[in-house]
Design a protein around this ligand. Structure first.
Ligand code: GLY
Length: 352
């Protein structure tokens, strides 16, 4: 079992290891007084883990109810958020109570946003069940839903009270879902850790997931502690996401987040190299690593369509946009440019 502290205000711990869902009630008693808990999950995760979680909560003395919504990015909208909020009110949760996000990135983002809205903010716990949510989205307090105009455009920063990451959940993930998480881990490797990146280079998906999660969370915790509200350094975590979010939007959210980020990372690696922003050739290595992990390195959407979609992105500020540019494996930098320069950058890295 590994525990990584996140020293935000208030601080919390990310606990990573096997068997955590079954023992979540006892674990939570260390950080959460007895209260009502609403477990929010989706139709893919609920049938697998909801019973074990609610039984463990009840055995520890918590009163637990559950809300399940249809799995998929298509549910990440106002309608589902409204249903969750009505559920919380129907369960008569008060400010002393708590919500649990049990699932992947969509569940975590939406349940977290519901926690941030309900009664102007109640506590919530993240219990990630996918590699993507374990290495990235469950840590750092970003919560959101999608709008028609783009991904994650309505949301709030609210740090969870704890993150319990049960590594047993990763054993049964479908390969494509595991690959989506590998994309965020590979992203972290490109950002800060050549040796983490190298773990994925031979394309065997049986790298030690617990070790990968610990390394990604450890890095992310430091970034979030220094820049909780994404005023500077945290923007680096968006490597591959400007184009990635554009791909998701252009696909009508049928391309999963991790796969879109992989293609976005490939576009940025090729663009950076082509435009002379890199210290060493890296695009071929990044693309080979992504491809070996069953991830896409190109997109069917045109540079013009992607640039248009990216202009609705949160990373735009007025007439400028900040991109994350890889300089070498393990080192990236922020580059702010007029939005008019975005289409040629995407075109430089685009490959159908
Ligand atoms: N997923 C990027 C971040 O949490 O900042």
């Amino acid at each position: 079992m590994r525990t990584i502290p996140v020293k935000t205000n208030p601080p919390y711990a990310v606990t990573i290891g096997p068997g955590l869902l079954r023992e979540c009630g006892a674990r939570l008693k260390e950080v959460l007084p007895l209260c009502r808990i609403a477990v929010v999950t989706d139709s893919a995760v609920g049938p697998l883990y909801l019973k074990a979680v609610t039984e463990s909560l009840k055995a520890a003395g918590y009163a637990a109810g559950a809300f399940t919504f249809p799995a998929g990015e298509g549910s990440k909208n106002f309608s589902t958020l409204s249903d969750i909020l009505e559920f919380l009110a129907g369960e008569r949760l008060t400010r002393g109570d708590c919500l649990i996000a049990l699932g992947g990135g969509v569940v975590g983002d939406m349940a977290g946003f519901a926690a941030a809205c309900y009664l102007r903010g109640i506590r919530y716990i993240q219990m990630p069940t996918t590699l993507l949510s374990a290495v990235d989205s469950s840590v750092g307090g970003k919560t959101a839903i999608d709008l028609k105009a783009g991904k994650n455009l309505a949301g709030a920063f609210l740090q969870p009270a704890a993150v319990l990451c049960d590594t047993d959940c990763l054993k049964t993930l479908p390969p494509a879902v595991f690959a989506g998480g590998a994309a965020e881990a590979i992203k972290t490797g490109v950002l800060c850790d050549e040796s983490l990146f190298a773990l994925f280079e031979d394309g065997t998906l049986d790298v030690d997931p617990a070790e990968v999660i610990v390394r990604c969370v450890d890095y992310k915790a430091g970034v979030v502690e220094r820049d909780e509200k994404e005023q500077g350094e945290r923007k680096l975590l968006n490597l591959g996401h400007t184009v990635g979010h554009a791909i998701e939007k252009c696909s009508g959210y049928t391309i999963p987040h991790g796969h879109a980020v992989a293609a976005g990372l490939a576009v940025m690696a090729r663009a950076a190299e082509c435009l002379g922003w890199t210290e060493e050739p890296l695009a071929a290595r990044v693309c080979a690593c992504l491809a070996k992990n069953a991830l896409p390195v190109s997109t069917e959407f045109s540079p013009e369509a992607l640039a248009e979609a990216a202009l609705a992105d949160k990373k735009r500020a007025g007439d400028s946009i900040t991109l994350v540019v890889p300089r070498k494996i393990g080192l990236c930098e922020l580059k702010t440019m007029p939005v008019a320069e975005l289409p040629p950058v995407i075109r430089a890295g685009w490959e159908a």
